[in-house]
Design a protein around this ligand. Structure first.
Ligand code: PMP
Length: 426
């Protein structure tokens, strides 16, 4: 029995499903999850001493790879001065200034500890600011696990084929309207019919929780125009795309200005740190200025904030985007060729360095099409890659995450492994 198997057995006794977040359990791909002992750059090593090129990268939180020295040093230095105060610190001001300077639509920002909290709070703020109750979301988009946002959600909810979640009351989800991604006519129709009841439309500007699904030309522009027309707020969930597609996220990349933005992952440098922000007039509805309550014991935690600042510093110093783009284009291209020469139909939608692999013939533009892909083949591909030392996200509904630490050697190795795996699957 491997050490991972041994630990998983023990974990199953004391942790539901053996994991603290469902997709980690490998249920979608089968087998025993690898317990990770350490990570360095593009690599992770499991407790049995196997090394893998890691494309999970903490689900996109690690833009600079594992244990990047500057980020670790910043966190250690901060921790030595105290790990949490529950009082304001200078570093929070620096991080807020930095975010406001980088993300085009953000004038003010509130720090929280997870993407879930960021989205939940942004929705509350939107309702409080507009005095309206309904929220429009899109099938296959994931905005964390707050009750009202779990309807037809992506990520683990998609991986496990759930329509929503048990434990969410009709009351909690009853104000959520779910539409198909890329269907801008549907958004227009809903807003024409009940626009004065809609507080916000929330979306991932590049959907990355049903696999990667790109916004079609005109979709984001159309939603921006129609929300503005009806006084509904547009919330960009940039928890994944923020600081990844570009320095200023998807809103900079596509040149569209949302009213509110949620952020997480990269901005915490691998620590629990997330945020929501937007125009000052909207953010002023938050307590203690306004009546929309929102709070957190560990919000703006000094260790997480120091790590986040170090990550954003690295962005400004190293401008990693061109390199990420080049290497992900080469990787996606190499994967495409590997599948093609093995006679396997595959679609690899990509926006900058964000992409995923669907075993399907046609382009993927909706959640239904993402679901119709061959996820059983993905499971076999996942294991064929794992056997060759490549750690992919253990679900076809998740994006692959490249970091600045993935160099040409790792890309070549991954393409080589994929060519062998594809022949094996063929
Ligand atoms: N929004 C998006 C787009 C996400 O991808 C995620 C998590 N993967 C969340 C929100 C929730 O973030 P967290 O897991 O930090 O709560």
């Amino acid at each position: 029995m491997s050490r991972s198997e041994e630990l998983f057995e023990r974990a199953l006794r004391v942790i539901p499903g053996g994991v603290n977040s469902p997709v980690r359990a490998f249920r979608a791909v089968g087998g025993t999850p690898r317990f990770i002992a350490r990570g360095e750059g593009a690599y992770v090593e499991d407790v049995d001493g196997h090394r893998y090129v890691d494309f999970v990268q903490s689900w996109g939180a690690l833009l600079f790879g594992h244990a990047r020295t500057e980020i670790v040093d910043a966190a250690v230095t901060a921790a030595e001065r105290g790990t949490s105060f529950g009082a304001p610190t200078e570093a929070e001001v620096l991080l807020a200034e930095r975010i406001a300077g980088m993300v085009p639509s953000i004038e003010q920002v509130r720090l929280v500890s997870s993407g879930t909290e960021a989205c939940m709070s942004a929705i509350r703020l939107a309702r409080g600011a507009t005095g309206r109750s309904k929220v429009v979301k899109f099938e296959g988009c994931y905005h964390g696990h707050a009750d009202g946002l779990l309807a037809k959600a992506g990520s683990g909810v998609a991986t496990f084929g759930l329509p929503g979640s048990a434990g969410v009351t009709g009351g909690a989800a009853g104000d959520t309207i779910v539409l198909a991604y890329n269907d801008r006519e549907a958004v227009r129709d809903v807003l024409r019919a009940i626009g004065d009841e809609v507080a916000a439309v929330i979306l991932e500007p590049v959907a990355a929780n049903m696999g990667v699904v790109l916004p079609e030309a005109g979709f984001l522009e159309g939603v921006r125009a129609v929300t503005a027309e009806h006084g509904a707020l547009l919330i960009f969930d940039e928890v994944i795309t923020g600081f990844r597609l570009a320095r200023g996220g998807a809103q900079e990349r596509f040149g569209i200005t949302p009213d509110l933005t949620t952020l997480g992952k990269v901005m915490g440098g691998g620590f629990p740190c997330a945020a929501f922000g937007g125009r000052a007039d909207l953010m002023q509805h938050l307590a203690p200025v306004g009546p929309v309550y929102q709070a957190g014991t560990l919000s703006g935690n000094p260790v997480a904030v120091a790590a986040g600042l170090a990550a954003l510093d690295l962005i400004d110093r190293e401008d990693p985007y061109e390199g990420l783009l080049d290497r992900s284009a080469r990787l996606a291209g190499g994967l495409g060729e590997a599948f093609e020469s093995a006679g396997i139909a595959a679609a690899i939608p990509r926006s900058e360095s964000l992409f995923s692999v669907f075993f399907a013939a046609g382009p993927i533009r909706t959640y239904d099409q993402a679901r119709a892909a061959d996820h059983e083949r993905f499971a076999r591909f996942f294991h064929a890659m794992l056997d060759r030392g490549i750690f992919l996200p253990p679900s076809g509904y998740e994006a692959w995450f490249l970091s600045a630490a993935h160099g040409d050697a790792e890309i070549d190795r991954t393409i080589q492994a994929a060519a062998e795996a594809a022949r094996e699957l063929g």
